[in-house]
Design a protein around this ligand. Structure first.
Ligand code: FES
Length: 127
């Protein structure tokens, strides 16, 4: 599965928001570095975090088991199912937040913003 990614830390400096309809178009036009914006391929057998690491990217994580939310991403487009055991609140899930260490996308094209642990609403969940 193809996953287009964007670093949450770049949103602030460009005055972008997770709700911008054209967020990924703007990111594509912004000349961001390869670590901040790009595309990876995720196999069914690997998690989103593993796929990023296999692509040479250093996405944040800590527990690798769904318990800390350091690895959280916001799904902007596509579907990333929610495993049964995790630390996210229903509100987070409704906003499209997923944990990259325990999830794999199921749609052909998915867009995610990683590093959302820096989002103010997420900070309470961090261990
Ligand atoms: Fe802790 Fe994913 S690394 S929840």
């Amino acid at each position: 599965y193809r996953v287009e990614f964007l670093n949450y830390e770049r949103l602030d400096e460009h005055d972008w928001s997770l709700d911008d309809e054209d967020l990924f178009e703007k990111a594509a036009d912004a000349n961001l570095g390869n670590a901040d914006y790009g595309e990876i391929t995720v196999e069914e057998s690997e998690t989103l975090l593993e796929a990023a690491e296999n692509a040479g990217l250093a996405w944040p994580f800590a527990c690798r088991g769904g318990a800390c939310s350091n690895c959280a991403v916001a799904v902007i487009d596509g579907e990333v199912p929610i495993p049964t055991s995790h630390v996210l609140t229903q509100e987070m899930i409704d906003r499209g937040i997923r944990l990259s260490c325990i999830t794999t996308p199921v749609t052909e094209d998915t867009q995610v913003v990683f590093n959302v642990k820096h989002m103010p609403a997420m900070e309470d969940l961090l261990l």
